[in-house]
Design a protein around this ligand. Structure first.
Ligand code: PCA
Length: 218
């Protein structure tokens, strides 16, 4: 439809020897959906440091989205993690899917140390809480490929696309993955799909974020 706006939803390929990644299944499930009058363009990125930044920028040039939400797997976390902050550092504890394992490298040389999400993270959290979906604000997206993409998106917003907004949500293991990681928490795929759709909807319809305490003491 002419004039229709786009929301870009990004997921990631399985990594670290796993054969599934819930973020890929989530973005596949929401591809083509209409959420708050935006068509969802969905894409799964390779979990590879060397490729994702250019791919992300190409996708933005192609779709010209008004909003980008990236979703990644954070095995071990027990709910939806709405990320607040992206940092300009890569410190990989495991190799990516190309065998690369950079340590203490900047995402973008010379760029600011960190960026905040420009999505309404507290409003997203409140919506998930109201839907009885386990969720929290997270103050670190790690220092692996997800943080790299989150940071690169934020840098594009800050430097080249002032009208675009971007943010990141981490999701737990699927039940089938948790069975392979003793004691790890998990969440059903459908709950994660519902949560992601809700986050998108709230982000697309909320300009002024809510303010209630959801920080961390450590
Ligand atoms: N999670 C990893 C990379 C890909 C993904 O889904 C991360 O949190 O960096």
């Amino acid at each position: 439809m002419k004039g229709e706006q786009t929301a870009l939803l990004l997921g990631f390929e399985p990594f670290n020897g796993d054969n599934v990644n819930p973020s890929q299944q989530i973005v596949d499930a929401l591809a083509g959906a209409i959420v708050a009058a935006h068509r969802v363009a969905a894409c799964t990125l390779p979990t590879e440091f060397a490729r994702v930044v250019a791919m992300t920028s190409d996708l933005i040039a192609k779709y010209r989205p008004s909003l980008v939400l990236a979703v990644g797997q954070a095995g071990g976390r027990d709910g939806i993690s709405i990320e607040r902050i992206a940092v300009n550092v890569i410190d990989a504890r495991v190799a990516d899917n190309a065998g690369d394992q950079p340590v203490d490298a900047p995402v973008i040389d010379g760029a600011p140390n960190a960026y905040f999400s420009t999505l309404p993270i507290k409003a997203m959290l409140r919506a998930l809480q109201n839907a009885r979906i386990s969720a929290e604000i997270s103050n670190t997206a790690g220092t692996f490929v997800c943080n790299q993409v989150f940071y690169a998106l934020a840098h594009l917003v800050a430097t080249r696309h002032p009208d675009m907004r971007s943010g990141f949500v981490h999701v737990p293991f699927l039940p089938e993955q948790a069975r392979r990681h003793a004691g790890a928490p998990s969440m059903e795929l459908q709950t994660m799909i519902d949560a992601t759709r809700l986050c998108l909807e709230v982000a697309l319809t909320t300009r002024d974020d809510l303010h209630f305490a959801a920080g961390a003491t450590h």
